[in-house]
Design a protein around this ligand. Structure first.
Ligand SMILES: Cc1cc2nc3c(=O)[nH]c(=O)nc-3n(C[C@H](O)[C@H](O)[C@H](O)COP(=O)(O)O)c2cc1C
Length: 312
């Protein structure tokens, strides 16, 4: 039994945090370990062609993690099987709890290089990539995160193909690549994926993704649509305490967590990342109390830890 099946068996379902580039870095994940930890973390996606090039140092920060973040899945993207193989061979030493292949990113830069959801249009290449990753990963579970299709909902063909590749887990974001976030995630199609899984590949865990804003909603969706778990993306920035199930977080706790985050950010990233990255977390932590908006606006002007501390 792999680690995901073990959690499913013990708890009944899996609550996961989405990989989000420039959001769910090791610092944010470490903060979430304190305030509300999901059952499984994913790293931001890392490009395998970048990792296999002289530019390696510019991409490998995305897969940095601390032991307390386990279980953690490393997510990779790209479209060259040899680079997937070489990357997995090297980073296997980090002993991640899983390798995930991104076949869902719809950002233009990613699609233009043939990665992310562009792979939905390349079934033979997809099979080859999954095969080499599985081969190199050995005992480490391998999963895919994808959408329902590229320009049309293509659940039967596309998800059918993936379910025939012997994956340990499959996360389905209920949109197609051409959808904007204005279109709701199609959970009824995700339910169809679960039925297909029962037929084609009973041991593959199915995780539903899209528009979850609370742990209560996540658990309801698991029951309603029959998935093995749910995955939360943007919802975590509206409520970083989401996985704790707590409500009404006191102001003081919010301030302390923001300061702790900023301190850890400096320790981990130093000059490597600009301090302004903190702003998206200011928005996340400093909300839902009287005067939060005004304070937030003032905090947004701050450019270093000491000024932040003083203002708070
Ligand atoms: C800022 C941002 C960055 C993202 N980066 C990634 C990524 O690196 N890998 C990935 O698989 N999905 C990425 N996604 C997609 C999310 O993981 C998720 O599938 C999508 O936002 C739908 O879930 P949600 O409605 O809960 O946000 C990103 C989304 C956002 C908003």
């Amino acid at each position: 039994m792999n680690i995901f099946q073990t959690i499913k068996q013990e708890k009944g379902f899996l609550a996961m945090l989405s990989p989000m580039e420039d959001v769910t870095d090791t610092v944010f994940r470490q903060m979430l370990c304190k305030i509300g930890k999901p059952d499984v973390f994913f790293t931001e996606f890392m490009n395998v062609e970048g990792y296999c090039s002289v530019g390696k140092d510019r991409v490998d920060h995305r897969i940095r993690f601390n032991e307390i973040e386990r279980p953690i899945v490393i997510q990779l993207w790209g479209n060259v099987p040899e680079d997937f193989a070489k990357t997995v061979r090297e980073i296997k030493e980090l002993k991640p709890d899983g390798f995930d292949i991104n076949m869902g990113c719809a950002v233009r830069n990613v699609i233009n290089t043939g990665g992310g959801s562009a792979l939905i249009k390349e079934p033979e290449l997809v099979k080859e990539i999954i095969q080499v990753v599985k081969q190199e990963a050995g005992d480490i579970p391998v999963s895919v995160k994808t959408r329902l299709g590229y320009s049309t909902v293509d659940t039967e063909n596309w998800i059918g193909l993936l379910l025939n590749q012997g994956l340990d887990m499959l996360t389905v974001h209920g949109r197609i690549a051409k959808d904007s976030y204005a279109i709701p995630s199609r959970w009824d199609e995700i339910q169809k994926v679960v039925r297909m899984r029962d037929e084609i590949s009973p041991t593959t865990l199915i995780i539903g993704n899209g528009d979850i804003t609370s742990s209560r909603q996540g658990e309801e969706y698991v029951k309603t649509y029959g998935t093995d778990g749910y995955m939360v993306g943007r919802g975590i920035l509206n409520n970083p305490w989401l996985f704790s199930g707590r409500e009404d977080i006191p102001e003081e706790e919010r301030f302390n967590i923001l300061l702790e985050h900023a301190k850890l950010f400096n320790e981990v990233w130093g000059e490597e990342k600009n301090f302004s990255v903190i702003k998206k977390y200011i928005k996340a932590y400093i909300s839902d109390f009287e005067g939060a908006n005004e304070l937030r606006q003032r905090l947004m002007m701050v450019n270093n830890y000491d000024d932040l501390k003083e203002l708070i």
